[in-house]
Design a binder for this molecule. Structure first.
Ligand SMILES: [Zn+2]
Length: 291
């Protein structure tokens, strides 16, 4: 299923059978002392690979860098991480969304007619990805589906950050990457403290994780089944850089409305001396990455 591991004739065969490509999105960020940093990426990869195994399609290389820090993230970071080093792989919204458009271009040019983007990092950033995807779809005849994993099971499970939902997910997928005993490190100077672990993480279990992941997978497989019916590999002429830059200009014009560019309505302000203060209100500079 993995694009990076397929030979050309295998790729063409899989694509002819199901011209759907999956993009797993996540990042490295702390989920308490108890969890590996890559939780978000790992669950997105699992969902994409299992869906491709069951329904067909090809899984693109994962994207392990994602929007963090800006807008609503800033106060959240102050509350959940404080002034500690989060050791994370966050990038600015404009860098992410610009690259995202080029990822969509690569998929369309490679012959895919439907693109499934699964983000293990949620909380609002997926809205901006959808905004960019909408702009792309106005110009290119492909179907782009963007969801975070909690959105796949809305009404059945509530997503969280490093709580009973997420810690259970990793306990099921990669029990070797969870060590609940490491929670004791929270009190040690220099450890980073709680590192965003939620209080209900102690209720996490592999059984709960399995139920959540299977529900996410069922929902995703139903979506992809629907998308692939009658779908053929794309015969659209290759999209050039200039076209992507035109789409990017359109996305950039709405930068002030990006979900990741501002605090939530009514969200507390970031403290003046916090390391996160500069990121609270984000605006791209020179069409790119400033804050
Ligand atoms: Zn997470």
């Amino acid at each position: 299923m993995l694009w990076s591991e397929l030979l050309p004739h295998e790729f063409k065969k899989r694509q002819a059978e199901c011209p759907v490509v999956y993009l797993p999105l996540g990042l490295c960020e702390p989920h308490g002392q108890v969890s590996a940093f890559g939780l978000d990426t790992i669950k997105a990869e699992w969902l994409c690979e299992e869906a491709a195994r069951k329904v067909g399609g090809v899984v693109a290389p994962s994207m392990g860098y994602h929007i963090h820090e800006t807008g609503y993230h800033a106060r959240w970071l102050e509350d959940e991480i404080g002034e500690e080093n989060p050791h994370f792989t966050g990038i600015p919204p404009a860098v992410m969304l610009h690259l995202f458009l080029y990822q969509l271009r690569a998929f369309a040019n490679a012959g895919f007619s439907a693109i499934v983007v699964i983000s293990g990092h949620s909380g609002g950033n997926q809205r901006d990805l959808r905004l960019a995807a909408e702009a792309f779809m106005k110009r290119v005849p492909v179907n782009v589906f963007v969801r975070s994993d909690p959105e796949l099971v809305e009404g059945r499970y509530e997503g969280d950050h490093a709580g009973a939902y997420e810690i259970s997910q990793l306990m099921y997928l990669r029990p070797d990457l969870i060590d609940m005993e490491a929670k004791a490190l929270e009190d040690q100077p220099g450890s980073g403290g709680r590192l965003a672990l939620a209080a209900d993480a102690v209720e996490a279990s592999p059984e709960r994780g399995r139920a959540i992941m299977e529900a996410c997978l069922d929902s995703l497989c139903r979506e992809v089944e629907g998308m692939k019916t009658g779908l053929r590999p794309s015969t659209h002429p290759p999209i050039d850089y200039a076209t992507v830059e035109e789409i990017w200009s359109e996305v950039l014009r709405s930068a002030r409305d990006w979900t990741t560019a501002q605090p939530w309505p009514g969200q507390a302000a970031v403290s003046r001396n916090s390391r996160w203060k500069p990121y609270e209100r984000y605006a791209p500079v020179n069409g790119e990455a400033g804050n």
